[in-house]
Design a binder for this molecule. Structure first.
Ligand SMILES: NC(=O)c1ccc[n+]([C@@H]2O[C@H](COP(=O)([O-])OP(=O)(O)OC[C@H]3O[C@@H](n4cnc5c(N)ncnc54)[C@H](OP(=O)(O)O)[C@@H]3O)[C@@H](O)[C@H]2O)c1
Length: 237
């Protein structure tokens, strides 16, 4: 029986992953859902299967001290077999309008806290093995004028994942990176307020891929950055 921790589980892609895994992966007997908004975490819990044990934890990933403290509490009573780093933050702005605060909070939520959560969990996971899935973005693979902090942070996660997939092999830990294209969530609304959410990929599409990686079929994959995006009229977006 396995325990799965999912960050960013209060909305969007993280919520879709939590719901999908709760119904499809019977071997996961416990979920630990993490985000800032406790009401929305409880709403995610309500949408999940009734079978697994589900705990919710409030954690602000912009505050590394709080991340360390909360993880300490979580890890006192749990061993994590599957870690899904899904939380993400964006405040799009041009280079000249990007404040140091924006740059720092983008990097703390999207990179610094991912490093810290992963390091603390791997301290225990290295004795029994496991799987880590990091959610990056196609924004980390190419130029995105007006989103430089976000794009740079997502590029960092792609290489962080590739590096860890080699470094943690000896412990039986598999590390995957998923880079979604545009997907109908609140975060995407911030980036493209005029876009019709019904016309783009839905969060469930990412959840299906995560489910495959957690299943045995995912064991033959490792290290690659997996791009998941919808193709409309043969134009890749
Ligand atoms: N949507 C897209 O088009 C797209 C494309 C590529 C990659 N992604 C990536 O997919 C992941 C999920 O994003 P989404 O699209 O599902 O966006 P979303 O619906 O806005 O969800 C973002 C999640 O991150 C959490 N989060 C944000 N700031 C946080 C903080 N300071 N501390 C803790 N948790 C925080 C939010 O929880 P609280 O607000 O409750 O804290 C929420 O659960 C992100 O890593 C994002 O970069 C999204």
């Amino acid at each position: 029986m396995k325990t799965c921790l999912i960050t960013g589980a209060s909305r969007g892609i993280g919520r879709a992953i939590a719901i999908e895994l709760s119904y499809k992966r019977g071997e996961i007997s416990k979920f630990i859902l993490v985000a800032r908004d406790i009401m929305e975490l409880e709403n995610t819990k309500r949408l999940m299967s009734l079978s697994p044990n589900i705990e919710t934890f409030v954690m602000d990933q912009a505050d590394l001290k709080q991340v360390e403290e909360q993880l300490g509490i979580i890890l006192e009573n749990n061993t994590i077999d599957i870690l899904i780093n899904c939380a993400g933050f964006v405040e799009p702005s041009s280079l000249l309008e990007t404040t140091v605060e924006n740059w720092e909070s983008t990097f703390t939520v999207n990179v610094g806290s991912v490093f810290l959560i992963t390091r603390e969990i791997v301290k225990k996971m290295k004795s029994y093995g496991g799987k880590i899935i990091n959610i990056s973005s196609t924004a980390g693979l190419g130029a995105r004028p007006g989103w430089s902090a976000y794009s740079a942070s997502k590029a960092a996660i792609i290489n962080f994942s590739l590096t860890l997939s080699e470094e943690l092999k000896e412990y039986g830990i598999k590390v995957y990176c998923i880079s979604p294209g545009r997907c109908a969530t609140d975060l995407r609304k911030k980036l493209a307020p005029d876009e019709d959410p019904a016309s783009i990929m839905q969060p469930e599409e990412i959840a299906y891929v995560v489910n495959n990686l957690i299943s045995k079929s995912g064991n033959s994959l490792d290290g690659q950055n997996i791009v998941v995006r919808q193709q409309i009229n043969e134009k890749i977006i």
